[in-house]
Design a protein around this ligand. Structure first.
Ligand SMILES: Cc1cc2nc3c(=O)[nH]c(=O)nc-3n(C[C@H](O)[C@H](O)[C@H](O)COP(=O)(O)OP(=O)(O)OC[C@H]3O[C@@H](n4cnc5c(N)ncnc54)[C@H](O)[C@@H]3O)c2cc1C
Ligand code: SF4
Length: 315
């Protein structure tokens, strides 16, 4: 499959990138590693007038720490991040989610920012134009209905970042810079819970940094996938334990990750929270695994991840 025609612009600063976005009147998309974006362009799921390459912007590649935060530039590659001693030592949930992301080749190309801002996926959506035309366009493509759940008012495409659940369990924040100015938000504010447009970004906003409170945590990440070598999560559960508080985040099911907080880790509390997470997960038949199985696995991985942290996790 070949790429559609678009103007390619290399930005060497945030101001230049936003300038290009304005120049193309918003008909432009940002590019980091391209591992999510380029397949979508090839499938004609997006047809921007311009693609603005953010890779030359030095500040997006920086990693730094102060007394309160580890700050990660949005373009930092997943592979580089997983090799950081600080990530391994302080944030085991993130280290495990990075290890579980796709394969090492992709981790070397893919950035953390691109990972968090990837589009939601559906077996009826991530297809060629010819396939989709024959099937009929669904909600997410501007069509009249969902092709998975008849009469649905929502799109159930799956937001499939492995690292978002880990970062949410770690209370991470995102810094955004765009035509309207700058803001820092809790990571959960990035998600709209609408599969058609799963990210709550303002037009032209660039994710510049992700920052994590610099406190040691215990944690892990459990992932359900078909092939261990290279696959998106069909359920992903991240757990981070800080002091007496445990944050669990369930991803890979539906358009947004779901966060749970536990004050106690006795059997009854864990059982109740896992049952609630499974009940609230609403998988539909838009991946290669049956919805009932994925729903059940939400509860199984929830309990498994907590048990793993209790047995070997670090505080
Ligand atoms: C075969 C395959 C397997 C994969 N498996 C997994 C997996 O197991 N787990 C997983 O989590 N992901 C997986 N992915 C998805 C993706 O490759 C990774 O998430 C990767 O980290 C995306 O990063 P990138 O830099 O390549 O993003 P890009 O493709 O460059 O960008 C992704 C999106 O973010 C936008 N964007 C990028 N950076 C910024 C920024 N700073 N500000 C604003 N917008 C921005 C782009 O416009 C685009 O919409 C897989 C992809 C492929 C092709
Ligand atoms: S869940 Fe329905 S509306 Fe959403 S992408 Fe799939 S078919 Fe389209």
């Amino acid at each position: 499959m070949i790429l559609p025609k678009f103007e390619y612009k290399r930005a060497s600063s945030l101001a230049e990138a936003i300038g290009y976005f304005n120049q193309f009147k918003g008909q432009a998309l940002y590019l980091a590693g391209g591992t999510d974006l380029l397949p979508l362009l090839k499938q004609r799921l997006f047809q921007p007038a311009a693609v603005i390459d953010l890779k030359p912007i030095g500040e997006l590649n920086a990693l730094s720490r102060d007394k309160r935060w580890l700050t990660i530039g949005a373009n930092v590659a997943l592979f580089r991040l997983k090799q950081e001693d600080m990530v391994q030592e302080y944030f085991p949930a993130l280290a495990a989610s990075l290890e579980a992301t796709s394969c090492e080749t992709l981790q070397m190309r893919g950035s953390l920012g691109g990972n968090l801002l990837q589009d939601a996926r559906c077996l009826q959506f991530n297809k060629s134009l010819e396939w989709r035309t024959a099937r009929g366009f669904c909600w997410k493509m501007g069509g009249p209905a969902c092709n998975v759940v008849p009469n649905a008012k929502n799109c159930f495409a799956n937001y499939s970042s492995d690292n978002a659940p880990a970062l949410l369990s770690l209370s991470a924040q995102a810094r955004l810079v765009g035509p309207g100015g700058e803001r820092t938000v809790k990571l959960e504010k990035l998600y709209s819970a609408d599969g058609r447009k799963p990210l709550a970004l303002q037009p032209g906003e660039i994710l510049t940094q992700i920052r994590i409170p610099l406190e040691k945590t215990g944690g892990t990440y459990e992932k359900l996938r078909v092939r261990d070598s290279l696959d998106y999560p069909l359920v992903g559960v991240a757990v981070s334990l800080k002091g007496e508080v445990t944050r669990v985040c369930v991803g890979g099911v539906g358009p947004a990750p779901r966060l749970y907080q536990l004050q106690k880790l006795d059997d009854v509390s864990v059982q109740e929270a896992a049952a609630r997470a499974a009940a609230e997960a609403k998988p539909v038949l838009n991946t290669v695994l049956p919805p009932a199985y994925r729903k059940k696995m939400v509860g199984v991985l929830f309990k498994r991840a907590i048990k793993k942290v209790q047995q070997g996790g670090r505080r």
